[in-house]
Design a protein around this ligand. Structure first.
Ligand code: PMM
Length: 339
């Protein structure tokens, strides 16, 4: 059990432990603390699922990163937006077949988890009816689970989360950290699912108005920590939680860089951290020309993935896993060679 730093949150954690003991062991959908599975990483070859063999069929020279990587491998969460209007890939994977095909591509490109969402949260986005979200997301979740893919469901709706978990989703990724739907906490608590708790100050239509901070890092940290403490007192177990500072959500350009530069402050909460910078607007003009398309921000995204992995991030959430997987493989090889 990791200590949350404040006295209040320690007390809340004690309450949670007492409740958990009274309730008996909950179902655990995924062990968030377990080492990420180490894929067949071949130094100098491509990943082809066959341990130790390069794409050319030979044995890898220089060894594999397997076995020598630490138990703190950063997971790659590939983004699958089954939406017409997400900011970088809206409409591309909205049809069921296109969505499933893209999920397979994400996994082939190195995703450990596929994050399936049916409601855009881009700045200014309007809410989508729950029934529409479920029509988009649930058949895809069912199919991916059947194919053995680890799925997280990106939703603010408790009923969507509940049905997705029933279908086998291992993680609920809620950009509101359970604040948008009061029933979400019950679903997370009772199913024992992994829960990504993002920093959130309100729905997308109010995002910019809410981006007022006198010290972004400390305020976001405090709000995340407080939200986790509330969840714990409501019966969610600390072991279920991954925190996410919510890049781009109620944060203006430079504030996102401050959050990234303050990564260690979030890590010091003592919970796994997800970094979700992929293609976001604050990357515009950094590593690609100003005004470039969101997809042209993948190199900058991969650089952030590497910096996050080096700092021990639990995961990185990306639209294109390939460049991120490449840099993480480099990081694994680097670490594997340490004496
Ligand atoms: N960003 C988006 C959607 N879901 N989930 C988490 N945990 N963190 C994020 O920053 C986040 C998210 C924004 O839309 P996208 O799916 O196009 O990236």
């Amino acid at each position: 059990m990791t200590d949350l730093p404040t006295r209040r949150s320690r007390r809340l954690a004690e309450v949670s432990r007492a409740r958990a003991a009274a309730a008996g062991p909950p179902t655990v959908a995924i062990d968030l603390r377990a080492p990420a599975p180490v894929p067949e990483i071949v130094v100098g070859g491509r990943r082809d699922g066959a341990s130790g063999e390069t794409a050319e069929g030979g044995t890898a020279q220089g060894g594999t990163a397997q076995g020598s990587t630490a138990s703190d491998r950063t997971r790659v969460m590939g983004i699958l937006n089954v939406t017409p209007d997400s900011f970088s890939d809206g409409g591309l994977h909205q049809a069921y077949d296109a969505a499933v095909a893209h999920a397979r591509d994400l996994v082939a490109a190195g995703a450990d988890i596929v994050d399936v969402g049916g409601e855009s949260t881009r700045p200014g986005a309007e809410r989508v009816p729950v029934a529409v979200e479920q029509e988009r997301v649930l058949p895809v979740v069912r199919q991916l689970v059947a194919e053995g893919i680890t799925v997280s469901v990106d939703t603010m709706n408790a009923s969507t989360a509940e049905r997705a978990v029933e279908l086998g989703a291992a993680v609920v990724n809620d950009v509101s950290g359970g604040l948008a739907d009061p029933d979400m906490v019950r679903v997370v608590r009772d199913t024992g699912t992994g829960f990504v708790v993002m920093h959130w100050r309100g729905h997308s239509d109010r995002m910019h108005r809410n981006a007022e901070y006198s010290h972004a890092v400390e305020e976001v940290r405090r709000e995340v920590e407080l939200r986790v403490a509330e969840l714990i007192v409501l019966g969610v177990r600390e072991e279920q939680v991954v925190i996410d500072p919510g890049l781009g959500f109620a944060k203006r350009g430079a504030q996102n860089w401050e959050i990234l530069a303050g990564y260690e402050r979030f890590a010091s909460i003592g919970l796994p951290v997800l970094v979700a910078a992929s293609r976001k607007r604050f990357l515009d003009g950094v590593g690609s020309a100003a005004g470039a398309t969101p997809a042209e921000r993948d190199l900058a995204t991969a650089a952030i993935s590497l910096l996050a992995a080096e700092r021990g991030a639990w995961g990185v959430r990306v639209h294109d896993p390939a460049p991120t997987r490449a840099v993480l493989d480099v990081w694994d090889a680097w670490r594997a060679a340490r004496p």
